[in-house]
Ligand binder design. Structure first.
Ligand code: DGL
Length: 260
């Protein structure tokens, strides 16, 4: 990665901010450019072909802005488009599934539950990544699409979110999982609500933290000067500003509306 370039982080909406926050903590001297494709969220209900096309467009836009590394802060886009992005770009591309799978294997006693979007569950990306490391681990994947809308709506800590969490998590609790992977970058926004339902006996894996350490180990230089973070969205920038400021607990200064 060239010395002065920034790190590009891409998601379908606000979910990738969970990854942005961890990368900003792990690499406080680096400038980050976050792109949320808010005009086309959700990705989780779309086909792998469509998600791949959207991801290539987002990557091209970030490349034009001079990024030196791309983090796909979206499990759905990682599951659908990581090989296509790695094949078409000349900069390092890091996805969120492998770091999440590694963290799950490190924690589990043998039974891992994964909640994710329909697209990620359909791809079985987590089952494949976990079994590649340890074929004996039992993996149960389940789609939780409403969590994306609840996070995008700013409804993470409501009784509605709690009821939805109870319904989605019941089959996984019945299956006696010992570890739960939040296999969508929107879901850590609901982590408190999810933990109220899972209790303290189930380990929660949030791939944002593990992805940030992957990114940190892939970056070899420390830039000089003050880092500048930019935020790009494809629609509804004021909505993004509100949700992102709440989540990051800081004012979003450089926010721009872009067309991909
Ligand atoms: N945040 C995304 C993920 O990690 C997807 C949300 C969506 O657009 O459906 O899968």
């Amino acid at each position: 990665m060239p010395k002065h370039s920034s790190i590009g982080i891409f998601d379908s909406g606000v979910g990738g901010l969970t990854v942005f926050r961890e990368i900003a903590r792990a690499l406080p001297h680096h400038s980050l450019i976050y792109l949320g494709d808010s005009a086309r969220v959700p990705y989780g209900t779309k086909s792998a072909e469509t998600v791949t096309r959207y991801s290539l467009q987002a990557a091209a836009h970030l490349i034009d802005r001079g990024i030196g590394m791309l983090v796909i802060a979206c499990n759905t886009a990682t599951a659908a488009a990581l090989p296509a992005l790695q094949a078409s770009l000349t900069i390092p591309v890091i996805g969120v599934v492998e770091p999440g799978a590694r963290a799950a294997v490190a924690r589990t006693r043998g039974r891992v539950g994964v909640i994710a979007t329909e697209g990620t569950v359909r791809s079985q990306a987590y089952t494949k990544a976990i079994r590649l490391i340890d074929p004996k681990i039992e993996v149960i994947e389940s789609a939780a699409p409403l969590f994306v809308s609840l996070a995008e709506e700013g409804w993470a800590n409501t009784h509605v979110a709690r009821e939805v969490a109870e319904i989605y998590l019941e089959p996984l609790l019945d299956a006696n999982i010992d570890t739960l992977v939040l296999g969508c970058t929107h879901y850590p926004i609901l982590r408190g609500t999810i933990e109220q339902v899972t209790g303290d006996k189930i380990a929660i894996v949030d791939s944002a933290e593990t992805t940030a350490s992957f990114v940190k180990s892939a970056v070899r230089h420390k830039p000089s000067g003050t880092p500048k973070h930019q935020f790009l969205v494809t629609d509804a920038e004021e909505r993004f500003r509100r949700i992102a400021s709440d989540f990051l607990e800081t004012e979003i200064e450089h926010l721009e509306l872009v067309t991909l």
